[in-house]
Design a protein around this ligand. Structure first.
Ligand code: ATP
Ligand code: MG
Length: 196
């Protein structure tokens, strides 16, 4: 470990909100920063505990947390960026936490482009609208900063935060967008009624 503790920046949020994109930009802006991509670690180290009823692999978040903590201890970098949606599920001591949010229309476009199933898109849109990651991260870490990934000022705010500046907390509420989506594209919000 370094003589002084490294600064730790966690970037979390719903899949598709832009964590990897922003984390890589941030790494390029800060000398000596290292980036830990949690989803890559899960895949590389096969941190899966089980397969759920739909055959989807469920990540073992305790193994993931231990691996990340180990990497932090071994690192001599002054700043470590950790990004991934799973990182909201546990606490990394001393981390400053950023939750990336995205407008639901933006997220819908991005997830469709990835070819995700209707169910997967729906789950992610509802998680985003209800701020699952933000609420979970706040429970685990206590204090989080939320930013809209498609706001031009976001990168500037995140760089400032990473360098230690204080930032005003934003209140991002996407529930109105979920209601609009419910009226326009019901299937992206609710499971359809087979009776209909
Ligand atoms: N600020 C942005 N403006 C425009 N497009 C963006 C922005 N951020 C990300 N994107 C695009 O959105 C898509 C998703 O971004 P990205 O892969 O960074 O998301 P992610 O949060 O890391 O997703 P996952 O959790 O699945 O890894 C990419 O195609 C990326 O190019
Ligand atoms: Mg990513």
């Amino acid at each position: 470990m370094t003589a002084s503790m490294p600064k730790i920046i966690v970037i979390t949020g719903t899949p598709g909100t832009g964590k990897t994109t922003i984390a890589e930009r941030l790494k390029r802006k800060i000398n000596g920063a290292v980036l830990i991509r949690a989803t890559d670690l899960v895949n590389k180290k096969r941190f899966y505990s089980k397969v759920d009823k739909d055959g989807v692999k469920v990540a073992d978040i305790q193994k993931l947390r231990k691996e990340i903590v180990g990497k932090i201890k071994k690192s001599d970098s002054p700043i470590i960026i950790i990004e991934g949606h799973l990182v909201c599920e546990f606490k990394i001591k001393g981390a400053k936490v950023i939750v990336l949010r995205a407008h639901l229309n933006t997220l819908l476009k991005r997830l469709r482009r990835r070819g995700y199933s209707l169910e997967k898109i729906r789950d992610n849109l509802v998680s985003e609208a209800t701020d699952y990651c933000g609420i979970t991260a706040a429970e685990n870490y206590g204090d989080v900063y939320e930013f809209l990934s498609d706001d031009r000022r976001t990168m500037k705010y995140i760089i400032a935060l990473a360098k230690g500046a204080k930032q005003k907390k934003q209140n991002i509420n996407l529930m109105q967008e979920l209601q609009t989506l419910l009226k326009r594209d019901r299937e992206y919000v609710l499971y359809s009624n087979p009776e209909k």
